[in-house]
Write a protein of this length. Structure first.
Ligand SMILES: Cc1ncc(COP(=O)(O)O)c(C=O)c1O
Length: 462
């Protein structure tokens, strides 16, 4: 059997899939001041209207603009690969396939949404985009996309990653972006945090607040903010991953995978691969779908399903999601892109329904899995991606115990060639596991007490 399953360029999906059209109980609306659902106009200082329209859309299929496809062709359709060497090493009857998102210019799935977001901003007449970044994957993807469309780009990078991963910052600079460590002294919120916690490692929640503050403070109205995950339109843009994978599996005679796995920070890579299969599951297919997160930042497995802000300064509307509380400060694990207190509302509604079943792993187990991967398949994965590999290995070993020839599909969300400091820490025995203590979880979720509660209504089918 082939180890690389390649789609022709002409067969690239021409439309994105919107899960909002098919969820049995819809995602609950974002709430503004006073707990009232917000209208599109309230988001207008933050996002251009063409993106807001996608954010609230329940249309099942949405056309991918030709100008976006022309850039995606640089690396898409992305290869689907079969991990035959890992299969052999594990002596498993399972067939392991992975969708290789590491082949994009910045090296991850992130440009699948950075490119359309830059395009829609350009069409709307915006001149500059601000954003946050954790590990630097998103910041470098947006820097690349803004460069393609001639837009200015400013990136607030979480301090711990800024220090651990200087090469990502250089990539952003190569593509013409301005990257600063967050908290920074360039915004009111950054200065406030620095005064209260001068040695803080930072968090995605803080960096988002800084990037939004800069966007909405532009008096000329020519700056907007862009989010690399969490929101509905980001999930939508990423579905090109799963739509391609589905066609590629069919090319080798596989009607459906048995298990679909993706790591989840804000949820976009997981959603991108899995949502087209969640649609199949809603329509009756038997597929296990697993988002994987770190035990150090366990929003889906230990967080509350609650209305919460997407950022620390409470500048975003309230979103119905599994959350650890918007002021949660995750331990400085190496998977910087998984250090987020919340989770995409679309992913969360799928969890509420039982359509997807999250799990969490310690970072040492993830690095052990990344080492097995590197020694069998050869590629060095991103620390975030290692969470999906850990779950894949567990599922392949389970298939071996059960003697079942299961088809496992996972998202290889990025390479780790800019993340070697984590491998260094692992190889020199410095890497530690962190499990969030119950007392800290109680403290960080106490902030949710006075916020409105979303409904947990489900159909009970899954
Ligand atoms: C390689 C990689 N995988 C996964 C993630 C997680 O983000 P999301 O859940 O939005 O896909 C990140 C985030 O930075 C990443 O860089």
């Amino acid at each position: 059997m082939d180890v690389k399953i390649l789609l022709n360029e002409k067969d690239i999906p021409k439309q994105w899939y919107n899960l909002a059209a098919d969820l049995p109980n819809p995602v609950q609306p974002p709430l503004g001041p006073g707990g009232k659902p917000i209208g599109p106009e309230m988001l207008a200082p933050v996002f251009p209207m063409n993106i807001i329209e996608q954010e609230v859309s329940t249309q099942r299929w949405i056309d991918i603009p030709k100008e976006v496809l022309e850039i995606l062709y640089q690396w898409r359709p992305a290869p689907l690969r079969r991990a035959t060497r890992l299969e052999k090493y594990l002596k498993t009857p399972a067939k392991i396939f992975y969708k290789d998102e590491s082949t994009s210019p910045p090296g991850s799935h992130k440009p699948n949404t950075a490119v359309p977001q830059a395009y829609y901003n350009k069409v709307a007449g915006i001149k500059k985009i601000t954003t946050e970044t954790g590990a630097g994957q998103w910041g470098s993807a947006l820097a690349y996309a803004c460069n393609q469309f001639g837009l200015e780009c400013k990136v607030y990078m979480v301090r711990i990653s800024f220090d651990q991963k200087p090469f990502r910052k250089i990539m952003m600079q190569v593509w013409g972006a301005n990257c600063v460590a967050s908290p920074s002294n360039q915004t009111n919120f950054g200065r406030k945090i620095l005064k209260e916690m001068p040695n803080t490692p930072g968090s995605l929640g803080i960096a988002i607040s800084e990037a939004i503050e800069e966007a909405v403070s532009d008096k000329a109205g020519e700056t907007r903010y862009s989010l690399g995950s969490v929101l509905n339109h980001v999930m939508l843009h990423q579905t090109i991953i799963g739509l391609e994978a589905k066609k590629q599996l069919q090319m080798v005679g596989i009607k459906k995978p048995d298990i679909v796995i993706g790591c989840a920070g804000g949820g976009s890579n997981f959603a991108g691969l899995s949502f087209p299969f969640v649609q199949d599951k809603i329509n009756g297919a038997n597929i296990e779908i697993i988002p994987v997160e770190p035990k150090a930042c366990p929003s889906m497995t230990r967080g509350e399903f609650a209305y919460d802000h997407g950022d620390t300064a409470c500048m975003t509307p309230l979103l119905a999601m599994y959350t650890l509380g918007h002021a949660f400060m995750p331990e400085p694990i190496h998977a910087g892109g998984l250090r987020y207190h919340g989770m995409a509302p679309l992913v969360c509604q799928a969890i509420v329904e039982g359509l997807v079943k999250p799990r969490a792993y310690h970072q040492l187990k993830c690095y052990e899995s990344a080492m097995i991967w590197a020694k069998t398949e050869g590629f060095i994965c991103a620390p975030e991606t290692s969470h999906a590999i850990a779950a894949t290995i567990d599922e392949a070993l389970k298939a071996k115990e059960e003697g079942k020839e299961k088809v496992i599909l996972f998202s290889y969300s990025g390479h780790g060639l800019m993340d070697l400091s984590g491998y260094d820490a692992y190889l020199t025995g410095k890497l530690k596991d962190y499990e969030l203590p119950d007392a800290d979880l109680k403290k960080s979720t106490a902030i949710l007490k006075d916020l409105p509660k979303p409904s947990t209504k489900k159909t009970g089918k899954w």
